[in-house]
Design a protein around this ligand. Structure first.
Ligand code: CP
Ligand code: NVA
Length: 308
């Protein structure tokens, strides 16, 4: 049986994303109009969480219910996965009982091993390396507010983390440029993050220069999940990497601000920026629901009639 996984942003083509965004618009409209749409009736999603989550759990669980199916939450803390059951065995068993699996874990390689033994599509709900569902929502959100992201400049300020890596993959697919500014010692590793070249990003030591003229400014927490023991050191190392009003003023006047959330006001972003008029973080969060519903529909049903 042929099926696809969604483990990295580059697993899908530009054409597939354009299709998903068209479906997202339709699915979002139906949701807002209280129109029942149950294409996944009797389908079950297993959600495996090795790390905490609010948005990812809620958007997948609510999304699956809204499409007529069911979602089951599995935490590694209270399943056999947390007691050393091989991930390959868990994949073989879980994928015989459900139609779709979403995983949030630490090493990307663990999720790849699960996917290799799964009989059903696997979705990356965040790993240390990538967060493709979030960037899908972010690009959809940009498109809603400003039209195509092609040819635009996205300024990434802060840690070279899972979000940054995924923005860099997305730039190659949607043909935009990422201006990356990270503190010394926290640089991106282009060879390790599945890029096909060096054409869609530029690196800046000074975050102000990275933001200059940008169409979208985005950042994330200084300490991602799994790196908590580095928190105090990171607070010192990232002190000059706060997106504040002065930095934001260097971007284009109509630039948007995004943050995947949760945010630490006063660290990576100032309160006046995240709560200010250029910030679209609440739409960005809401669109996780709509884009992931389109994703689940696509992974389980393939392309459906877009006029449905
Ligand atoms: N942005 C995001 O993935 O949020 P959660 O960690 O709450 O799922
Ligand atoms: N980079 C953050 C994103 C959280 C949604 C983390 O991995 O903790």
């Amino acid at each position: 049986m042929q099926f696809k996984h969604f483990l990295q942003f580059k697993d899908f083509s530009r054409e597939e994303y354009e299709y998903l965004f068209e479906r997202t618009r339709w699915i979002k409209r139906a949701f807002k109009d209280y129109r029942q749409y149950w294409p996944l009736a009797d389908r079950t999603l297993a959600m495996i969480f090795d790390k905490n989550s609010t948005r990812t759990r809620l958007s997948f669980e609510a999304g699956m219910h809204q499409l007529g199916g069911s979602a089951i939450y599995l935490s590694t803390r209270d399943t056999q996965l947390g007691r050393g059951e091989p991930v390959e065995d868990a994949a073989r068993v879980i994928s015989r009982m459900v139609d779709l699996v979403m995983i949030r874990t630490y090493q990307h390689e663990v999720m790849e091993r699960f996917a290799a033994y799964s009989r059903v599509p696997v979705i990356n709900g965040l790993t240390d390396e990538y967060h493709p569902c979030q960037i899908m929502s972010d690009i959809f959100t940009y498109t809603e507010f400003r039209g195509s992201i092609e040819g635009k400049v996205v300024a990434w300020i802060g840690d070279a983390n899972n979000m940054c890596n995924t923005w860099l993959q997305a730039a190659e697919i949607f043909n935009f440029t990422v201006h990356v500014s990270t503190p010394p010692g926290y640089s991106i590793e282009p060879e390790r993050i599945g890029l096909s070249g060096h054409t869609h990003f530029a690196v800046f030591d000074d975050p102000h220069r990275a933001v200059s003229g940008a169409d979208l400014v985005t950042t994330d927490v200084w300490t991602s999940m799994g790196f908590e023991e580095e928190t105090e050191q990171r607070k010192k190392d990232f002190a000059d990497f706060c997106v504040d009003a002065e930095m934001m003023a260097l971007a284009k006047p109509d630039a948007l601000f995004m943050h995947c959330l949760p945010a630490h006001r006063g660290e990576e972003v100032s309160t006046d920026v995240i709560d200010g008029p250029q910030s679209v973080v609440w739409d960005e969060a809401e669109n996780r629901l709509h884009t992931q519903k389109a994703l689940m529909e696509y992974l389980l049903l393939g392309k459906v009639d877009v006029n449905k």
